[in-house]
Design a protein around this ligand. Structure first.
Ligand code: PLP
Ligand code: COI
Length: 361
């Protein structure tokens, strides 16, 4: 039995137009023909799942999410394989993180098998939207929000789960060129006991002002420090960070409740250890990073995430001074090697020793 019967779009984008659009998709602005919807209510549990034509959702102005931001989401990709097939990368990890986010936001947990069936049904329906080309993929955005019409402050009794899909190229316009970071000393992303480890829209809303400050300083992204001591590096608004030392070891901030447990982060730790690198998940002070780059002990830094894959960091600006990592112009050797290795696995071009690639169809 299928939980997501497909009602095919009566007027999908014609193939010739779609192929033209896929030549240069950008990031997050080109959408496929269909979407998944699934409802939850206290009385009926999960119900009314389907795949149908992508369209606007009508909402009452008192819909709870519009007022108290009870909303969570995921980000994952479907990749085109060399033989023409399609695959997902560790999708069960996204399903499980979605459940953890739901728990933190007092929302119902979507069973893992329903999450995966929703994703797979949408990718199968819109498979022609997976763009060809290096670095391109079909970005999947599952999300869930409080759809009950009620203004009291309490967990809603109705939710809507939706999956949309967007054909994407590289997240950063510069492609694989190193990005620059502004280290914020005024704003934090998350505090102990807060929602930093959940993938909820509110975290991103709160990061936009500091992100704007980073842009005004001529930087691409903001790097957040811990809220309690304002000393230790945490992560970017949408990516985790790794530091490569001159002895080949890697350091990445540990998973506290203020950091998102990135699936790319976890995969990089595994690949680096497989390749013989020591990887330490430990707190790393901003002042130590700056001193280590200046002394030559820290030789590379990179950010990673589903959207950004592996992106080198070339320049850092802060109120404590600015510094350049490596030559600031290209990825270091370890960063480049891990990037190539990860993408080769995701595209089915390399041995998938850990069983991460889920082929579809
Ligand atoms: N950190 C934050 C705050 C994010 O939004 C993301 C993106 O999803 C990541 C890290 C990287 O996570 P993943 O590798 O699972 O995409
Ligand atoms: C992702 O990497 O999937 C994210 O959600 C991060 C966002 C910056 C697009």
């Amino acid at each position: 039995m299928t939980n997501f019967p497909v009602e095919t779009h009566p007027h999908p984008v014609p193939a010739s137009e779609r192929e033209q659009l896929l030549e240069n998709p950008g990031f997050g602005k080109l959408f496929t023909d269909h979407m998944v919807t699934l409802r939850w209510s206290e009385d009926q549990g999960w119900h009314d799942g389907k795949v149908s034509a992508r369209r606007p959702i009508e909402m009452d102005p008192a819909t709870a999410v519009l007022h108290y931001a009870q909303e969570i989401f995921e980000g994952m990709k479907a990749y085109r394989l060399g033989d023409g097939g399609a695959a997902l990368f560790r999708p069960e990890q996204n399903a499980q993180r979605f459940q953890r986010s739901a728990r933190r936001l007092a929302m119902p947990e979507l069973p893992e098998d329903l999450f995966l069936e929703a994703i797979e049904t949408l990718v199968a329906t819109d498979a022609d939207w997976i763009p060809p080309g290096e670095g391109a993929a079909l970005y999947l955005r599952p999300f869930m929000f409080a759809s009950e019409v009620f203004l009291g402050v309490r967990p809603a009794k109705e939710y809507l789960f939706i999956v949309i899909a967007s054909s994407v190229g590289a997240y950063f316009q510069g492609g694989a060129a190193p990005i620059s970071l502004w280290v914020s000393s005024d704003y934090n992303r998350a505090g102990p006991g807060g929602t930093g480890a959940a993938k909820c829209g509110g975290n991103y809303a709160a990061s936009l002002l500091p992100h704007g400050h980073a842009l005004s300083k001529g930087c691409d992204q903001v790097c957040f420090l811990d809220a309690a001591e304002h000393k230790y590096i945490e992560e970017l608004g949408g990516m985790n960070l790794f530091f490569v030392m001159d002895d080949g070891s890697l350091v990445t901030p540990p998973l506290t409740d203020t950091i998102l447990a990135g699936i790319t982060r976890d995969s990089i730790i595994t690949l680096a250890r497989d390749a013989g690198h020591e990887v330490r998940e430990e707190r790393y002070a901003f002042a130590q990073w700056k001193a280590d780059v200046e002394s030559g002990r820290c030789v590379e830094t990179f950010a990673c995430g589903t959207a950004a894959v592996v992106t080198p960091v070339g320049h850092v600006k802060s109120e404590q001074g600015d510094f350049t990592i490596g030559d600031g112009k290209q990825a270091g050797d370890v960063t480049a090697k891990l990037h190539t290795q990860l993408e080769a696995i995701q595209r089915g071009e390399s041995n998938d020793a850990h069983g991460w690639v889920k082929r579809l169809g």
